[in-house]
Design a binder for this molecule. Structure first.
Ligand SMILES: [Zn+2]
Ligand SMILES: [Zn+2]
Length: 240
């Protein structure tokens, strides 16, 4: 299973510049994509990160003194500048309050020191996080009593699984075990189990316990001359 979320990382520095009665700001926006592996207990491990570079040309503008009087007027002014630069509205919404607060604080500080203008330089990173779910690492093993690997060797590097201890083992929903590092390297290229090709993006089984047999949906079958008989239908879950 894959889930996505967006994070906006905002960082700024401000300094006084020679400019009468106004503040200015400049914003640089970069994007990145981050792939994570998440276990049922919520533990996340970074699998890979791709930098996508700058997604907008640097945006710079002056904020006239009148617009530094309060947050509302300042947000209105800066929003107008960002919209003209065609910035996506949800990115705007996340950075507007921050950049305006920085600008207003800076103008108040300057009033005390008697200097006249300032520049707020904001560095913004928009990160798309993609989480792959359905991995068990040693903490999850403990909670569900599945610490012991089901195979002796890691089929990626062909070395013994027990060599590195339980902390280095990771298990997939299909119940196959690998060295944690071997599996993370593999997942950078493919989203399937190296042993059985179980598709990691497929929905989780109804019952998440591997190697389980469930007797369900009794099937009505015609049983000879005596009439109808019930036979259990066997569903093998993740036991490919
Ligand atoms: Zn290995
Ligand atoms: Zn498998």
């Amino acid at each position: 299973m894959t889930s996505k979320r967006y994070i906006v990382d905002y960082d700024s520095k401000s300094h006084a510049v020679e400019s009468k009665n106004s503040g200015s700001f400049s914003i640089r926006i970069r994007a990145a994509e981050r792939h994570l592996v998440r276990s049922p207990s919520g533990r996340e491990t970074l699998c890979k990160q791709i930098s996508l570079g700058e997604i907008y040309d640097a945006i710079a503008s002056e904020i006239p003194h009148a617009f530094l009087a309060g947050e509302e007027v300042c947000i209105g002014f800066v929003a107008n500048v960002l919209s003209k630069a065609n910035m996506i509205s949800w990115i705007q919404q996340r950075i507007l309050p921050k950049i305006c607060r920085d600008a207003i604080n800076m103008s108040r500080n300057l009033e005390e020191t008697g200097e006249e203008g300032f520049l707020v330089e904001a560095e913004v990173e928009v990160i798309k996080e993609i989480s792959l779910e359905g991995f068990y690492d040693f903490n999850d093993y403990d909670s569900v009593g599945r610490l012991i690997p089901t195979e002796p060797d890691c089929t990626i590097c062909l070395e013994e699984l027990s060599s590195g201890g339980p902390k280095t083992i990771m298990k997939l929903r299909c119940a196959h075990n690998f060295h944690r590092d071997c599996l993370l390297t593999w997942l950078r290229r493919k989203h399937s189990c190296p042993t059985c090709r179980y598709d990691i993006n497929s929905p989780p089984p109804r019952n998440d316990l591997p190697r389980m047999i469930i007797f369900s949906k009794e099937k009505l079958t015609r049983g000879g001359s005596s009439g109808f008989k019930f036979f259990p239908q066997i569903n093998y879950l993740c036991n490919r």
